[in-house]
Ligand binder design. Structure first.
Ligand code: GBH
Length: 511
């Protein structure tokens, strides 16, 4: 870097700090005017729920005919999971679903977002023979929820691809997968759709594309063709989503009266300065996280910035694909945790894929230690409540005010095994995270965003993918050393008060 470039970069960083402080000041004044919020401040039909995913909570990995998934195989590869753990037992929700549902009800949540394990329904993924035990299990879960007046929000795919579909055909790189996903999805609609009115096809296709097929941090751990495979994988996930939705709309929707959507994940990207190249970099990052999936759905093709940067690596949609994809969601599910400032960085020939070039553009920490927000347990997660307001407004503007559910939001604590239980249960930082983010969601609704629901991630501490059990995202603590006992944290009691304020201010969790 020449001297010139260097001094430009440092001015840009100083601008960034000023900008950050200004945004924070503005947010602080809105935030303090809003506290304390409670459920009544949100629209009456707004849904409050909690979320989990099958692989992270179920366990019972080899019971009742379940087939293995790519994550079962991945956890066996030495070095992939930081504490060497696996999810064979996880937090045993497969056997404890009644107790967990009881807790959800007691806390006052009216919805539970969980995912179905594809390989419990079709052990080899091929869709030829349904596993009756798998179907029975989810029937039990759904019935138990409805009994307690909790609406199931069901994700069909939260990363646990049947292993056979990877081993026999490469998983998501192969377009054939679309038809297997369609058979699985239809089986779920016809088996459970009389009671499930809220469907999500795929959770965070971005993560399967980039971490599954570029960095290799997630199953199936592919890195070999990182400049091409992620884009194929994303493409096929979009087509699978569209196919499933088209089946639902044609054959089930009228009869069953439900809605169906896609869950995308996105950080907020704030340009570090008003310089054009920084603004472009921030906009481009949003394209590469969100536009990648939502532009084909709302505008029929990938964002221009992706087409320009990726050329032939970006697959093309046929006219039929475009037709199927067009408006193929009733709502957008948004998983959102954190934000970054973004500063333009020149393409670096050392980075062999565009994903890494963009990672180099993100800024969360300044020299001297100031951060974009308070740090959570995971290295990527900083508390930046104003980011969710900006992101919701951005989505509303760009996609013409679609219905949005926040399908995940939350933060984690590090578990170093040293802190006493009392301390782990009194999760003050998590309470302030939820207060801040809910206030920002509330503000976005006032700004005009059509936000319909909010799900806290997560109901329980659970298997946090490559980080194993070292990070705890739950509002309920799980005691891994003592029979997986559940203990509500302060944040769970906070939600109870928030949700039930109108019913009984002194309601206590009898647990
Ligand atoms: C969600 O993804 C998942 O849907 C959920 O299953 C998970 O438990 C939750 O996050 C909490 O992590 O380790 O630096 O490579 C949110 C988006 C994308 C955030 C991948 C963490 C890993 C970054 N996630 N990212 S790194």
């Amino acid at each position: 870097m020449g001297t010139n470039a260097k001094s430009m970069a440092s001015t840009s960083i100083i601008d960034g700090l000023e900008k950050k402080r200004k945004i924070e000041d503005e947010w602080r004044s809105i935030y303090s005017a809003k506290q304390p919020l409670n459920r009544q401040d949100f629209p009456p039909h707004f849904t409050f729920g909690v979320a989990t995913a099958a692989f992270q909570v179920e366990g019972a990995s080899r019971e009742d005919g379940r087939g293995l998934s790519i994550w079962d195989a991945f956890t066996l590869v030495p070095g992939k999971i930081c504490d060497g753990s696996n999810a064979d037992i996880a937090v045993d929700q497969y056997h404890r679903y009644k107790e967990d549902i009881e807790l959800i009800a007691k806390l006052g949540f009216k919805a539970y977002r969980f995912s179905i394990s594809w390989s419990r329904i079709f052990p080899d993924g091929l869709g030829t023979k349904i596993n009756p035990e798998g179907k029975r299990h989810y029937n039990n879960v759904i019935n138990a929820l409805i009994d307690k007046d909790i609406q199931p929000y069901v994700t069909l795919y939260h990363w646990d691809l049947p292993l056979n579909l990877f081993e026999s055909m490469g998983g998501w790189v192969n377009e054939e997968i679309v038809k297997y996903f369609a058979v699985y999805a239809e089986t779920c609609f016809s088996s459970f759709g009389d009671r499930v009115k809220n469907w999500i096809t795929i959770n965070e296709p971005l993560q399967t594309a980039v971490n599954g097929y570029c960095t290799g941090v997630y199953a199936p751990g592919r890195r070999e063709h990182s400049s091409g495979e992620p884009y194929l994988v994303a493409h096929h996930q979009l087509l699978a989503h569209a196919e499933a939705v088209s089946i639902y709309n044609k054959k089930y929707k009228d009869k069953q009266g439900g809605q169906i959507g896609l869950v995308v994940d996105c950080e907020w990207s704030e340009a570090l300065s008003d310089r054009v190249e920084d603004r472009n970099a921030a906009a481009r990052r949003l394209d590469f996280q969100l536009g990648w999936y939502l532009d084909p759905i709302y505008y029929g093709d990938y964002p221009k910035s992706m087409q320009e940067k990726l050329g032939d690596f970006l697959p093309k949609f046929s006219e039929r694909d475009k037709e199927l994809l067009k408006n193929s969601v009733d709502f957008i599910g948004l998983n959102h945790y954190t934000a970054r400032f973004v500063r333009h960085a020149a393409d670096n020939p050392e980075h062999n894929d565009f994903y890494r070039v963009q990672e180099a553009e993100r800024i969360a920490e300044w020299e001297g230690g100031e951060t974009i927000g308070e740090k959570a347990g995971s290295s990527w997660l900083y508390m930046v409540p104003w980011g969710v307001r900006k992101l919701l407004n951005y989505i509303s503007l760009r996609y013409n005010n679609p219905p949005i559910y926040i399908t995940e939001n939350g933060m984690d604590d590090e578990d170093d095994g040293m802190s006493p239980l009392d301390e782990m249960l009194d999760d003050k930082l998590r309470v302030s995270y939820y207060k801040g983010y809910l206030a920002a969601v509330h503000q976005a609704i006032r700004d005009g965003a059509d936000v319909r629901g909010y799900f806290a991630w997560s109901l329980l501490d659970n298997f946090e993918w490559q980080l194993g059990y070292t990070k705890r995202f739950g509002i309920i603590y799980v005691d891994y050393k003592n029979g997986l006992e559940r203990h509500p944290k302060s944040s769970a009691y906070w939600f109870l008060r928030f949700l039930k304020a109108e019913e009984d201010k002194n309601d206590k969790l009898d647990y």
